[in-house]
Design a protein around this ligand. Structure first.
Ligand code: NAD
Length: 388
């Protein structure tokens, strides 16, 4: 059996490598020719991913063959789709990449083949849009297996997550689920077969919603603690126990995942006229996004303690990635904070150990070594440090 993985990004490439390492022949399809060439030469295009170097140098161009040509995957009988899904500024999913990948797959799929989608999706997408796109381009009418299994990796730890972290899989119908489960068991350490594809889709989305709502709660409690003169972190340490998991406060929630997934449910309920079903999800989104203004106000207040005009105080925003240690700026609230302060006319600089001076300047921001600033705001520890 040959397995095709469509999309060799931060999520797809570790998965394709783990499957190859389990003994399967894998064809990886990606529109990025340069990336395919690197993989086939045994060069890892995602060096920050622990353990991936070894797998790519062992299997790249051998058990894992990368290609940009879908026709080279014609002889595969299992297709795993893991391309991105973004949302636009109105929080509406942009399905164009997924649609294009599914339509290309539709041209090569055969009767009896299995498709498993791993991209995080609004519940019901696999059984509706995905099925239609594949069927429209193939001559198949339900005579292929279709299932959904959400990717649950965390960039940097994907290989160990695939081996140890619980993963779920569910079919559009019973046969699809069963077939997908039997194949996935060969390379996924902890796998559960759930009732159907929409349940598997829902599981992934609600995990993101839980995190978003709980970060919003932590942010709100942190504000209250500051207001009444309580050390939030110490209080949290005592408050948390088996049934209480207060999260850490932040400048908001960034990245491709958590700030996006609540919108999948909010949009679906809106379509159905069930506006009051998602009130908490909406408020959590608003609250987390509003943290930029909250921290900006704290920084400005601190600046007012200086005996200098506001625009002469060198403010360093330290850490602009959406998460510590991941070089990714998508929906980064830390970057949004730096830009917000700069737009307000403050003398804002940025320092981030993951970015060079040139890279920071390309983002339209000024770079500084933190020691040369008057005031530092550390976005990860939320500490305001007066330097001079
Ligand atoms: N990265 C993570 O930490 C993570 C975690 C959980 C889930 N996911 C899921 O995985 C999905 C993919 O994320 P990612 O981080 O791998 O994205 P990525 O941007 O790193 O990679 C996507 C890859 O897909 C390729 N691609 C785009 N269009 C294509 C097409 N038509 N055919 C074939 N390949 C195509 C791109 O060239 C790129 O290599 C996300 O949308 C999300 O649902 C990611």
């Amino acid at each position: 059996m040959k397995i095709c993985v469509i999309g060799l990004g931060k999520a797809g490439l570790p998965l394709a490598s783990v499957i190859a390492d389990s003994g399967f022949d894998v064809v990886g399809v990606d529109v990025d020719k340069n990336k395919c060439e690197m993989i086939n030469k045994g060069i890892n295009p995602i060096p920050e991913e622990l353990g991936l170097d070894e797998l790519i140098s062992k299997h790249g161009g051998k058990k894992l063959k990368a290609t940009w040509d879908y026709n080279k995957a014609k002889d595969c009988s299992v297709f795993i789709v893991i391309v991105p899904l973004y949302i636009d500024e109105n929080h509406i999913p942009d399905f164009s990449i997924l649609e294009s990948a599914c339509r290309s797959l539709g041209k090569i799929i055969k009767k009896g083949d299995l498709v498993v989608v791993e991209t995080t999706l609004p519940p019901l997408t696999t059984e509706t849009l995905i099925k239609n796109w594949i069927e429209e381009k193939s001559n198949l009418n339900g005579d292929f297996y279709l299932a959904y299994s959400p990717e649950r990796i965390m960039t940097g730890y994907s290989i160990s997550r695939l081996k140890e972290f619980p993963k779920v899989i569910g079919g559009v119908d019973k046969e699809g689920g069963q077939r997908a489960y039997e194949i996935y068991k060969n390379f996924i350490g902890e796998l559960s077969l759930v009732s159907n594809a929409r349940t598997a889709e829902f599981i992934k989305v609600i995990e993101g919603c839980y995190r978003d709502v709980n970060v919003a709660l932590a942010n709100e409690l942190h504000k209250i603690a500051n207001e009444i003169g309580v050390d939030f972190y110490k209080a949290r340490g005592y408050a948390n126990h088996e049934y209480c998991h207060i999260h850490l406060p932040s400048t908001g929630v960034g990245g491709h995942c958590i700030p996006v997934y609540p919108w999948f449910l909010i949009n679906e309920m809106e379509k159905r006229g069930k506006f009051d079903y998602t009130r908490l999800l909406r408020i959590a989104r608003e609250l987390n996004d509003g943290m930029v203004e909250y921290w900006a106000e704290k920084i400005v207040k601190k600046c007012l303690e200086y005996n200098k005009p506001l625009n002469e105080i060198k403010i360093c925003i330290k850490g602009i990635t959406f998460r510590r240690g991941v070089k990714e700026l998508y929906h980064s609230r830390n970057l949004a904070l730096a830009k917000f302060l700069a737009e307000k006319g403050l003398n804002v600089y940025v320092y981030d150990e993951m970015f060079t001076k040139e890279e920071i300047e390309k983002l339209g921001l000024k770079w500084i070594e933190s020691k040369d600033a008057d005031l530092i705001f550390d976005c990860f520890s939320l500490r305001l440090i007066v330097v001079s």
